[in-house]
Design a protein around this ligand. Structure first.
Ligand code: PAF
Length: 303
C-alpha cells in the first residue's frame, strides 16, 4: 500500500523498510506514462528490500511571471492510483507552506553558468527554483538514489552538477524519454494542446529525427543542426525558442568543439562524442521541449 505523507513530521516518522536504499522520484504530479517509467526504474534500483518515495509538489519557485503555475494540472487521486499500482511505498505531497514555511526562501541554489543557457535563458530563475527544491527534497527524504527523465535533459545535467559540486552523495539515474506512438514526447503539458496543435507539435520529434539521422549518416554538428532546422522551418505554426546540439554534461554548444566535427577514418564519418540535440518551441500558447541523445560510439545509432 502507498502511504500518503503530507508533512515533514510525517515523513520523518515514516518507517522505511530499512533493508535497502531509499530511492526518490521527484515530480510535480499529473503523472503519465513517462513518470511510470521513472517509477519502474526507481523500483528496480530500490530492489525488493528498498523503498520508493515519489514527491508530488508543484514548485512555485520554478515558475516565472505569466507561466502556468495556477493552471498546472493537479491530479493527486489519479497520481496515487498509479503510484500504488507501481509499488511505490510513499508519496510525499507537501503543501506550499510545508515546503516554504517562511515564504520564498532567501537562500537558494545558484545553478551557475549552465543554468543561464537554453531553458535558463528563456525561463530566468527556472533552474534556480528547480535545484533549490531538489536539494530540499534530498535533505528531507535523504535518498540514496534519485531518478530523473532524459526528457528534461538540461535539468538532468544540472542535477548531476548539483550532486557533484555540493557533494550530496545521491546516485542519479536517468530514464529515457517515453513517446506516444506518433513520436511526441509524453509531457504533462501535452494536455493543453488542441487536436490541431498536437499535430503541429509532431514537427519537434520529426526535426530531432532528421538531425539525428543526418549525424548518423556522417554529417558534422553544423550540418546535423541544419537538417533539423529545415524541418522546423517548414512548419509555420511553430515558433522556435532554440535548437541546439550540445554536450550532454555541460550543455556547451557542439559546433567547433573537439570531436564534434567528424571522426577521421570511421565509415561513415560521424560525430565522435555523444551529444544532445535539444529543441524548445511554442505552438499557440503552449511551450514544448524535446531532445534526443546522439551517441554513435561503438556503431550505435541514435534515433
Ligand atoms: O521535472 C520536474 O517535474 C520538476 O522540475 C522537479 C524535478 C520535480 C522539481 O520541481
Amino acid at each position: 500500500m502507498t502511504e500518503l505523507i503530507r508533512t515533514r513530521d510525517e515523513l520523518f516518522s515514516f518507517s522505511f523498510s530499512g533493508s535497502g536504499p531509499i530511492v526518490l522520484v521527484p515530480t510535480m504530479g499529473a503523472l503519465h506514462d513517462g513518470h511510470r517509467a521513472l517509477l519502474r526504474s526507481a523500483r528496480s534500483v530500490a530492489g525488493p528490500g528498498g523503498s520508493v518515495v515519489v514527491s508530488i509538489f508543484v514548485n512555485p519557485l520554478q515558475f516565472g511571471p505569466g507561466e502556468d503555475l495556477d493552471r498546472y494540472p493537479r491530479t493527486l487521486a489519479d497520481d496515487l492510483f498509479m503510484c500504488s499500482a507501481e509499488g511505490v511505498d510513499a508519496v510525499f505531497a507537501p503543501s506550499g507552506a510545508e515546503m516554504y514555511p517562511d515564504g520564498k526562501p532567501s537562500v537558494t541554489v545558484d545553478p551557475g553558468p549552465m543554468g543561464a543557457l537554453y531553458e535558463g535563458a528563456f525561463r530566468p530563475g527556472f533552474f534556480g527554483g528547480v535545484l533549490t527544491v531538489v536539494l530540499k527534497l534530498f535533505n528531507l527524504v535523504r535518498p540514496a538514489a534519485a531518478v530523473f527523465g532524459e526528457k528534461d535533459a538540461q535539468q538532468l545535467a544540472l542535477v548531476r552538477r548539483l550532486v557533484t559540486d555540493l557533494d550530496l552523495g545521491v546516485e542519479i539515474h536517468a530514464v529515457r524519454t517515453v513517446r506516444d506512438t506518433d513520436g511526441l514526447a509524453i509531457s504533462s503539458r501535452n494536455r493543453y494542446l488542441s487536436i490541431s496543435e498536437r499535430k503541429v507539435a509532431l514537427v519537434l520529434p520529426h526535426a530531432l529525427r532528421a538531425g539525428c539521422e543526418a549525424a548518423a549518416s556522417g554529417a558534422a554538428a553544423a550540418a546535423a543542426l541544419a537538417a533539423a532546422r529545415e524541418v522546423l522551418a517548414a512548419e509555420p505554426e511553430v515558433t522556435v525558442d532554440y535548437l541546439a546540439l550540445v554536450d550532454p554534461v555541460t550543455f556547451a554548444p557542439m559546433e567547433g568543439a573537439p570531436g564534434a566535427e567528424v571522426a577521421a577514418g570511421a565509415v561513415p564519418a560521424v560525430l565522435a562524442v555523444p551529444a544532445v540535440l535539444a529543441v524548445a518551441a511554442r505552438i499557440g500558447a503552449n511551450r514544448l521541449i524535446d531532445n534526443v541523445r546522439i551517441d554513435l560510439s561503438g556503431g550505435q545509432r541514435c534515433c
